[in-house]
Design a protein around this ligand. Sequence first.
Ligand SMILES: [Zn+2]
Length: 334
Amino acid sequence: MNEQLVVLGVDIGGTKLAVGSVDASGRILATARASTPVREGPQRVLSLLIDLCKDVLAATLRQAGNYRVVAVGVGCGGPLDPERGIIYAPPNLPGWEEVHLAEDLTDRLGYPVYVENDANAAALGELRFGGGRGIKNFVYLTISTGIGSGIVIGGKLYRGENGNAGEIGHMCVAYDGRPCHCGSRGCLEAYASGPSVAMRAREAAAKDGNTLLLKLAGSVEAIRPETVVAAVKQGDPLATRVWEETTFVLGVGIANVINIFNPRLVLLGGGLTQAGDLLFAPVRRVALSRAFARLTRVVDIVPASLGEMVGVLGAAAVAFDRLEQRVMNVGNVI
Ligand SMILES: [Zn+2]
């Protein structure tokens, strides 16, 4: 039987860890997941991660098939140095001041380890296994706790000068707008991330108690993005105003993305996109009316295709990508 190359995809999030073994076609062979013990610091998280990796390795090698695990890809919140695999204090992982992730995992697992920003990893996952296959130019946006993005230009991930390009969540959409946790104002993320939607809905409900939001959530503090979506579906005027502002600002942000990159696709993933057409229809209308017509003619704004497996598949795509680059570099030397 032909030997099949397999990589481990490791998704390090602030709330959960996921590991999967993935073959070159994007088939997931085995998975393991756990909650991130984020308060216990990086060493505890890393030991748990090693255990998950070992479980997945064992489950993969038990299967009938001639599998050879060759590398580990990791997607993790930035800022980070993708070349050296060092994490620099991501907001979702407190205490990770300077974690030499690639080196540490390589020592403990015995495989080469490649690290990438999680949104970039997701874009690589869509490019290799998902809705971005065969597409030269696209932008992937994840709209969840924050707004992250990965930019693919000419079939390749665009990383920028030191690996941190694509902070589309911190694009300014209102120059004197709401303060953002990054220290700036009027960022897309300050309006359209899940927590920002909930926060704006809480502010509005605190001022005007005549809203279904309070009945659905029980209290102002308990309002979540899902509550807003549920109230909009039932025609609540206050929730609808909050949602219209959200989709308007998101549409304006995406119009900017279209004008700058002239992409074939804008792929939207992350928790907020579960609102479906309630989100996509107004976002498309605004984005397509605000961007240049020659650019809007060629673009589609569509849901990302990998769903909740995007973390593992994206990290696996990072590993396959870097392995291929290494082979090409060796080829060039010879
Ligand atoms: Zn910001």
